[in-house]
Design a protein around this ligand. Structure first.
Ligand SMILES: Cc1ncc(COP(=O)(O)O)c(C=O)c1O
Length: 390
C-alpha cells in the first residue's frame, strides 16, 4: 500500500475505533412515513419531511409538468442563462411569504448559508454565533474569513458579556438557528433581537426547521412578530416543504449584494425547473392550509410527555424535533438498534454532529403520523426503558 492509501485506512480505523464511522444505510423511500431498511418496512422517525409534503401529489404533478415543459436542467448559473420566469416567480413568492422586499433562492440551504456569509460577513466582520448553530453557518463564517465569536447555547448573559467585550468592533453580525436541528429547542429570539438592537448588530436567522411548522409556515420570526428586527431571513425548502433548495429574504439592496457576492450562487448551476415548480407548489399548500404545523407541535408535546414518564431525557425540546439524550455513541447506537427490533427507525446522532458525551436518538415527528404509528413508537421506547442495565 502507498502512503496515501495507508493514511485513508488509518483514518477509517480511527473513526471505527471511536464508534464514529458513518456509513450510508441500505435504505429506500427514506422520506416516506414508512421506509425500507434492508428491505424491511419500518416507521420513519428520522427524516425532516415534517409535513409529509415530499410525497404530496401536488408537488409531484408540478415537478412533472415542469420537466415536460422545461426539461431537467437549468443549464447554467442564474447570472448566465440559468434563470427562468419560474425562478423569478419563486424568488417573489418567498419574499411575499416572508414579508420582505426581495428574496433569492439557492440549490441548498447549505449553499444559501455559504453565500450569505460570503456576502455580508468577510474579513472585516465579527459574527456572534450560537455554539449549536448548524454546520453550514459555521462553515459560512469560516469561509468568509470573518472572526467568529461563539456564545454558549441560548445563553444571553454570556452573549451580552461578549457583546460588551467587543463593543468597539466596527462591523458585527449575529447568526442563530431559530429551531436547533439536533436539540429541537428554540432560540430566545425576542431576547436576541433586544440585545442586537441595543448593540446595533444585524440579526441573521436560519429558519430551516421552523419553516412550514411555526408562524403559519412562515417561521418562528413570524410567529413572534419580529420580522422588522431581523435583517436576513434564511430558510430551506428541503425539510417541511418536502423539496430542495435554500432561500434568503431581506431588503432589495441586501439581495442585490447577495447575488453579487454570494459565491455559491454566482458560481453554481441554478435549481432545475422541476425543483422550483415543486417549491412553489409546497408554498401554495402551506399558505392555503397552515394547520399542520400547530397539529404537529401538539403531537410533539404529548410524545415528549410520554417519553418523560418512561424516564427519558428530551433536553430542552419544544418542537417537532425530539432528542432522546443517551450520552455515549455506543448507547445511542444500541438504542437505535433496539427500536429497530420493534420496527421503528430513529437516527443515532453522535459527535462531531453533537458535543462529546451527548450522543442521542433524534426523533423527527411528522404531521401525517397516525395514532397507531405513535403507539408503535412509544411501545418501542417502553421496551428500551425496561431493558436490564448492561
Ligand atoms: C439549521 C440548518 N440550516 C441549514 C441546513 C442546510 O439545509 P439543506 O439541507 O437544505 O442544505 C440544515 C440542514 O440540515 C439545517 O439544519
Amino acid at each position: 500500500m502507498d502512503d496515501f492509501t495507508t493514511w485513508i485506512r488509518s483514518e477509517l480505523d480511527r473513526l471505527e475505533a471511536a464508534g464514529l464511522r458513518r456509513t450510508i444505510p441500505d435504505m429506500d423511500r427514506g422520506a416516506d412515513r414508512y421506509l425500507l431498511l434492508g428491505g424491511r418496512r419500518v416507521l420513519n422517525l428520522a427524516s425532516n419531511n415534517y409535513l409529509g409534503l415530499a410525497g404530496h401529489p401536488a408537488l409531484a404533478a408540478a415537478a412533472a409538468a415542469a420537466a415536460r415543459e422545461l426539461g431537467t436542467g437549468s443549464g447554467a448559473s442564474r447570472l448566465v442563462t440559468g434563470t427562468s420566469a419560474l425562478h423569478a416567480t419563486l424568488d417573489q413568492r418567498v419574499a411575499e411569504f416572508k414579508g420582505q422586499d426581495a428574496a433569492l433562492t439557492f440549490t441548498s440551504g447549505f449553499a444559501a448559508n455559504l453565500a450569505l456569509f460570503a456576502a455580508f460577513a468577510g474579513r472585516d466582520a465579527l459574527v456572534f454565533s450560537d455554539r449549536l448553530n448548524h454546520a453550514s453557518i459555521l462553515d459560512g463564517i469560516l469561509l468568509s474569513g470573518a472572526r467568529q465569536v461563539r456564545y454558549r447555547h441560548n445563553d444571553l448573559d454570556h452573549l451580552s458579556r461578549l457583546m460588551e467585550q467587543h463593543r468597539d468592533h466596527p462591523r458585527k453580525l449575529l447568526a442563530t438557528d431559530t429551531v436547533f436541528s439536533m436539540d429541537g429547542d428554540v432560540a430566545d429570539l425576542a431576547g436576541l433581537a433586544e440585545l442586537c438592537g441595543q448593540h446595533h448588530v444585524p440579526l441573521i436567522v436560519d429558519e430551516a426547521h421552523a419553516t412550514g411548522v411555526f408562524g403559519s409556515g412562515r417561521g418562528l420570526v413570524h410567529e413572534l412578530g419580529l420580522e422588522r428586527q431581523v435583517a436576513l431571513h434564511m430558510g430551506t425548502f428541503s425539510k417541511a416543504l418536502g423539496s430542495l433548495g435554500g432561500y434568503v429574504a431581506a431588503s432589495r439592496d441586501a439581495i442585490d449584494l447577495l447575488l453579487n457576492k454570494g459565491r455559491s450562487f454566482v458560481f453554481s448551476t441554478a435549481l432545475p425547473p422541476t425543483v422550483v415548480a415543486a417549491n412553489l407548489a409546497a408554498l401554495d399548500l402551506v399558505a392555503a392550509d397552515p394547520s399542520a404545523g400547530p397539529r404537529l407541535l401538539a403531537m410533539a408535546g404529548t410524545f415528549r410527555a410520554r417519553l418523560a414518564e418512561m424516564g427519558f431525557n428530551t433536553g430542552g425540546s419544544s418542537t417537532q424535533i425530539v432528542p432522546v439524550l443517551l450520552g455515549s455513541a455506543q448507547a445511542a447506537l444500541h438504542a437505535r438498534d433496539a427500536l429497530l427490533a420493534h420496527g421503528v427507525y430513529a437516527a443515532a446522532i453522535r459527535p462531531p454532529t453533537v458535543p462529546q458525551g451527548t450522543a442521542r436518538l433524534r426523533i423527527s415527528l411528522r404531521a401525517d403520523l397516525t395514532h397507531e404509528d405513535l403507539d408503535l413508537a412509544l411501545t418501542a421506547f417502553r421496551a428500551l426503558s425496561t431493558e436490564p442495565e448492561q
